[in-house]
Ligand binder design. Structure first.
Ligand code: C5P
Length: 235
């Protein structure tokens, strides 16, 4: 492992078809727990709930990231953040398009509660290409992602979720220390599946990603631990 202080951190997405298969993957990664984040997304959380987070904690000393991408009215988002805080996770996601008022409410809550999870705002899903994005927003992805990031920054969020193709522009428009978490990573050029704005490890490092999210290239591999070890070595 490079051990550079600013090296991107690896988040493993636990999107497998059952609780047991996710837990089997996590057990395989136990010896690397101090260097890994686990991303619990909609599928796992809807199915396995908060007990699943307890299961993960029992296996190892992983950091936990709850990726539910909240999008609702400010009051509902804030109440939900309080509930998520009680779960003891380290990071959560919301949609930046939920607006400044909602983001500010959550950021104020975090300021008043130092143990609350970090707040990352999704700018534009990495599964969007320009064409399908344009159907909804009628603007280039890069502009939209940067505008959403500036709004999230000014509203007090800790960072954003974006693709590697927007990371440099977002950091330039906000701050180097504003977190960029990049999904859509295909570490060694693996199949992109439904992701459109994919990047490999070299690009993620070059643009200054703070966190990379990798799901299928790890959990669909013959040797998931081997893939994680290769990634950790390169980061
Ligand atoms: O399997 P793959 O590596 O494509 O998984 C990416 C993960 O990151 C999925 O859990 C997906 O929900 C999540 N994600 C994403 N794009 C975003 C935010 C989260 O792909 N903008």
């Amino acid at each position: 492992m490079s051990g550079r202080a600013n090296a991107p951190k690896l988040c493993v997405a636990l999107d497998r078809e059952s609780r047991e298969s996710n837990l089997a993957l996590v057990r395989l990664l136990k010896s690397h727990s101090a260097h890994l984040w686990l991303k619990v997304g909609l599928r796992s959380f809807v199915r396995d709930g908060k007990e699943f987070l307890e299961d993960l904690r029992r296996i190892g000393d992983f950091r936990l990231f709850l990726d539910l991408k909240l999008y609702d009215i400010p009051n509902t988002m804030l109440d939900t953040m309080r509930e998520i805080h009680a779960l003891g996770v380290d990071m959560l996601t919301i949609h930046a398009s939920s607006g400044a008022q909602a983001m500010r409410a959550l950021a104020r809550y975090r300021e008043a509660n130092p143990t609350a999870p970090r707040i990352l705002a999704v700018t534009a899903l990495t599964s969007f290409g320009q064409e399908d994005f344009g159907q909804i927003y009628n603007t280039p992805i890069l502009n939209h992602a940067r505008n959403m990031a500036v709004l999230a920054y000014e509203s007090g969020c800790d960072g954003v979720v974006c693709s590697c193709f927007e990371t440099q522009s977002i950091k330039a428009a906000t701050s180097k220390s504003f977190i960029a978490l990049t999904p859509g990573i295909r570490p060694f050029g693996e199949e992109s599946s439904d992701q459109k704005r994919v990047a490999d490890l070299a690009l993620a490092k070059r643009v200054g990603s703070d966190f990379i999210v990798v799901g299928r290239p790890i959990y669909r591999a013959q040797d998931p631990r081997g893939v994680v070890e290769r990634i950790l070595e390169i980061l």
